[in-house]
Design a protein around this ligand. Structure first.
Ligand code: GTP
Ligand code: MG
Length: 197
């Protein structure tokens, strides 16, 4: 997909304040610091569009970006940020889960997984929650540049195997690196396919 235009639209803490649900929408979610905002910037070819940080917990709001005036890409706050309070975590959960279950135009959720790690319980549980709620999702493994391709493949295979304990069908998986700007194009092609369906 050719990115002709990518712009920030708004940040929100409230589901009822989101931009009108008129365009197909895709959300990026995953653990804090997994690289959601970085992958969005790499994919859209615009450094600094989504705010990134070395410290986890940078993205705190639902951030809408409009691409080619045709569809929304949404950057969400990360889950599993240990340093935040229990009350904060619960508020996050409620707000994000409400967004994910109520946004009618949400076409697909991309769950980002750190390709350096063995399957993490929190990621598997989150995928299971999506499955239980009938929400379509795909997996984007991040930070592929940080280790060998063999290691990334091994961790992806392990993750798929773990998911296989709960799902009959494993969703599509993408291996990405925001640093090398790889993998994003395949995600964009998938989005283009869904948009023209
Ligand atoms: P929160 O908003 O806090 O949930 O984090 P996030 O998931 O949006 O992560 P973010 O994009 O802010 O990136 C976190 C850190 O990981 C930053 O220091 C990035 O530079 C780094 N990072 C992200 N993607 C990659 C990647 O593909 N390769 C490498 N080497 N570093 C990356
Ligand atoms: Mg972020």
């Amino acid at each position: 997909m050719l990115i002709r235009k990518a712009e920030f639209v708004c940040s929100n803490t409230r589901v009822d304040k989101l931009p009108p649900a008129t365009l197909p929408e895709y959300a990026f979610i995953g653990r804090s610091n997994v690289g959601k905002s970085s992958l969005i910037n790499a994919m859209l070819g615009k450094k600094g569009l989504a705010k990134t940080s070395q410290k986890p917990g940078k993205t705190q709001l639902i951030n809408h970006f409009i691409v080619n005036d045709e569809w929304y890409l949404v950057d969400l706050p990360g889950y599993g940020f240990a340093k935040t309070s229990k009350a904060n975590r619960e508020a996050w959960e409620k707000f994000i889960r409400r967004y994910l279950t109520q946004r009618d135009t949400l076409q697909c959720i991309f769950v980002l997984i750190d390709s350096r790690l063995e399957p993490q319980k929190i990621d598997i549980e989150f995928c299971c929650w999506l499955g239980e709620n009938g929400l379509p999702f795909m997996l984007a493994f991040t930070k592929a540049d940080k280790q060998s391709a063999v290691k990334s493949d091994m961790n992806m295979a392990k993750f798929r195997r773990s998911l296989g304990e709960y799902f009959e069908e494993i969703p599509p998986c993408f291996l990405t690196s925001a640093e090398l700007k790889t993998g994003g194009e395949r995600i964009l092609e998938t989005i283009a396919d869904v948009n023209t369906r």
